[in-house]
Structures are given as C-alpha cells and as structure tokens.
Design a binder for this molecule. Structure first.
Ligand code: NAD
Length: 256
C-alpha cells in the first residue's frame, strides 16, 4: 500500500471527547481532514456545533460524569454510523486543578470525570471495535503525567502556580492505563496509545511563556497544528504495529 494511503481515515468513524476545546479543535480538524466520520462530544452543544458544522462533523452533548450520558453517546454513534474505529479521550475537567488544599469531594469530582469515565467510555467504545477486530484508542495525557511540576515555569507570574497534584496523578495514571489496556486489547487488534502534549500557547502571562520556552528544547509553546500529525498517525493504519506507547509531543520538555 502507498504510504500516504496508510494515513487515510476514509471509512472510519471516530469519537472525540472535548472536541471544541483548545487542543480538541485541532484534533477535530485532523480527524476530519484525514477523511473520518467524526463525532465530537462535550457538555456545551453550541460550542461543539460551531466547530463541527464547517468540518462536516457531528456534535453530541455529553457529560462524562454520567454513565447514562456516555452510554447515550456510544449507542447513538453505533446506531447511526454502524461502527466505531477510533476513540480519542481528550476532554478534561480542571475542577480540582487550581490548588491541592481542596475537599475530598472536589478530588472525587475530578477523579470521576478524568479517571472513572475514561474506563467506562473506553470499554463501551471497545465493544464496537471488537465487532470489527480493529480499533485505535488515543488517550490525551500531558507532559505533567510524565514529570513533576517545575516551579521555575511560574517565576514572576502573579498567582499562576503549578497545578494541583491531582492532575499529575490523573495523567500519570493515564500513561499506565494505556499500557494495561494495550496489553488487554491487543488480542482483539485494538491498539491503545497515549499522546502527552506540552503547553499550548493560549495568552499565558509573558513571564510564564519566557520561562516555559527556556525549559523547552524547541524553545516554544505548542501551536495550532502540533497535535494533528500524531493523531492521524495513531488513528490510522500508519501505526498498525504500535500499541501501549506513551508519546510526548512537547517540544522536548520532558527530555530534560
Ligand atoms: N492546554 C494545554 O496546554 C494542555 C497541555 C497538556 C495536555 N493537555 C491535555 O489536552 C487535553 C485537552 O486540553 P485543553 O486544554 O484543550 O482543554 P479545554 O479546557 O480547552 O477543553 C476541555 C474540554 O473538556 C470538556 N469537558 C470538561 N468536563 C467535561 C465533562 N464532565 N463532560 C464532557 N466534557 C467535559 C470541556 O467542555 C472542553 O470541551 C486534556 O486532556 C488536557 O489535559 C492540555
């Protein structure tokens, strides 16, 4: 097969959570541009429609805190498209991220949306992948799942602190969940990989940008196309022998 054909997602159905978010928008674009039938889902249907409609994607309301809501999404995609080939677990709540002197209830809320839902949506999507003996699950982790916090990034910024340890815990857990799921699902030809992005440029304070860039070998924050290639690679047959991988896409931040 021609190598460029290996990257095509034509005929594949993809489900992406948080598809209208900062990174979500470029992941939606990437999946659509590679030819997939794409369903993006999160709580704000209006925001989803604005991203989905120009690209010919579907928008669907989803609350990851609710098992019923996850079931509704998966059942609807399966009914309308007849298949699920790709799942991108991208949505995130940062409800407990600001500090770590929070009540246990806030940590529980964060764990429900960022961890428990990951298990449920993955097992529900995988039921459909098993029917075709093929599938790709892509988890969106973070450089903060691979290393500890670096306080020098926040020097000179007013009130901007390293996120709560819950985020490091959740993204670190995602890295090893990826390995576990790859091991479990490999026999069904379902691949599970995790991409760990670096910080995305988003009007952060000047001091943060300066510090972060100094700590990053490529010397910049991520931009609006930086995840597109790796997403299409992992979703497509171009990566057919790759599973259980944790791939930093962070300008080298975690290499230091
Ligand atoms: N932005 C960054 O600099 C950065 C860096 C590293 C990793 N990441 C990771 O990239 C992914 C996307 O991050 P982002 O910055 O684009 O996020 P974002 O905040 O822009 O978007 C998050 C999305 O998740 C959705 N969401 C939140 N709670 C939900 C719930 N209960 N049910 C359904 N959807 C819900 C939101 O509606 C939103 O669409 C996340 O997994 C994040 O951890 C982001």
């Amino acid at each position: 097969m021609n190598v460029m054909d290996l990257f095509s997602l034509k005929g594949k159905t993809a489900v992406l959570t948080g598809g209208a978010g900062l990174y979500g928008r470029q992941i939606t674009e990437a999946l659509c541009e590679a030819g997939a039938d794409v369903w993006i889902a999160s709580r704000n249907l209006e925001a989803l429609k604005k991203v989905a409609e120009p690209l010919g994607a579907h928008a669907f309301e989803l609350d990851l805190a609710s098992e019923e809501s996850i079931n509704r999404l998966i059942d609807t995609v399966a009914e309308k498209s007849g298949r699920i080939d790709v799942l991108v677990n991208n949505a995130v709540t940062r409800c407990a991220c600001a500090r770590w002197d929070q009540s246990m209830d806030i940590f529980d809320e964060s764990l429900r949306i960022n961890v428990s839902s990951l298990f449920h949506i993955t097992r529900r999507a995988v039921e459909w992948m098993k029917k075709n003996s093929s599938g790709s699950v892509i988890n969106i982790g973070s450089y903060m799942g691979l290393v500890g916090g670096n306080p020098t990034n926040y020097e000179g910024t007013e009130g901007m602190g390293t996120p709560s340890p819950i985020y490091f815990f959740e993204k670190g857990g995602m890295a090893n969940f990826t390995r576990w799921a790859a091991s479990e699902l490999g026999p069904f030809n379902i691949r599970v990989n995790c991409v760990h992005p670096g910080g995305l440029a988003n009007n952060q304070p000047e001091a943060f940008v300066r510090n972060y860039c100094k700590n990053t070998p490529l010397g910049r924050l991520a931009g609006r196309n930086d995840l597109k290639g790796v997403i299409v690679f992992l979703a497509s047959e171009a990566s057919s022998y790759i599973t259980g991988a944790n791939i930093p896409v962070d300008g080298g931040y975690t290499a230091r």
